[in-house]
Design a protein around this ligand. Sequence first.
Ligand SMILES: Nc1ncnc2c1ncn2[C@@H]1O[C@H](COP(=O)(O)OP(=O)(O)O)[C@@H](O)[C@H]1O
Ligand SMILES: [Mg+2]
Length: 408
Amino acid sequence: MFEETNIIAGLEIGTSKICVVVGEQKADGSLNIIGVGQALTQGVRKGEIINPQLVEEDVRIAVAEAEQMANVEIRSVFVAVTGSHIKGFNHRGFHRVLSADYEITQEDVEDVINNAKAINLPMDHTLILDVRQHFMVDGEGGIADPVGMHGARLEVDLHVIHGKTNRLQNVTRLVRGISLQVNDVVFSGLASSLALLTPEQKDLGVLVIDLGAGTTEYAVFSEGILRHSGVLTVGGDHATNDLAYGLKISLHRAEKLKLQHGSALIDETAGEQMVGVTDERGMEIKQVKAVQVQTIVSLRVEEVLKIVAEELAQSGLTHLLRAGVLLCGGGARMANITTLAEKIFQMKCEVGHANGVSGLSQTLDEPEFATAIGLVKYGAIQQRQSTANLLWWLRLWDWFKNLLGLGG
Ligand SMILES: Nc1ncnc2c1ncn2[C@@H]1O[C@H](COP(=O)(O)OP(=O)(O)O)[C@@H](O)[C@H]1O
Ligand SMILES: [Mg+2]
């Protein structure tokens, strides 16, 4: 029985691929990746399921592949969600300290947290996650624990992620339809961040950008806490579509051309250098200027990164990113992406790698697996917490038995 609960599976239904990662949490808390399954997606647009039948089939394929590799039966999964309907925002709770000497008590803290949690989400939306930020006392921020401090006004922000109920149900219904339990629904940008970030990076302040095919998710951490998040409904497809349109070639050929010759920067020295557009069999059918390909691709990638930079600037958190920017998602494989990102964000930008897990083969240590690996890490954290809670209850029960003289 223990072995079953020890297996944790993550499922990402991305716009370009479905990915299942299976991890095994050992008794010492360490996490070992033991299986992975993938399938190219049909039926997902901009992170959302538009053809459940097609997606269901692809999920089955990816799950079966992961099960075979891990040699386990997957019964439940942590599922990533994304799409334009998912919103992240900060909600502030206020509380007036009422005691005569204005000393802040635990009750004041509970009151301000409850006030922050009193959120009016749109009727058709469901809460996915709320993360408490540090407290403010009389406008002074960054306070981890205000109990015992003096002040008249206590405030706290909650970072809230929510999504449209029916779109979230589309995902959970599909997963349950193939006889898998849904342990939890996790925002993809958060899952990717969990895969890549060390506790130090979260403390120092970092922005994670997941450059997917139809969406781009981002998350900002500082002082160890998730501070801000968002989803853009543009991703790598943006560049592929433009290449297809601009060069009058099929999407399939444009995607291939992008992977082979796309770059986030224009090589000014390339001059008249030509590159080949190939068909399905790899036969060259046309030649185009390398600079033309680079120009189209780099403009689109720049556009996506600039939107993230603008949203980050609006959040007022840019100055907190002492660990810079980490990129993941398939788009992070693009040539010169970090150089372009550094130009836009004016700080250190790197491609992130999963950490804190063992058993990662070289193929799995690629940026497009960040979300699914992060889901497994998320599951492992939840499992550790529920084990800790169980131990706490068992200790309480022991204490109770002793008190009542039932021990023995
Ligand atoms: N070497 C590469 N250069 C540029 N883009 C790439 C490369 N490899 C993958 N991509 C792009 O990454 C995107 C897919 O990333 P992925 O994280 O798997 O997306 P999703 O999770 O949305 O399915 C596609 O737009 C693809 O073109
Ligand atoms: Mg993705």
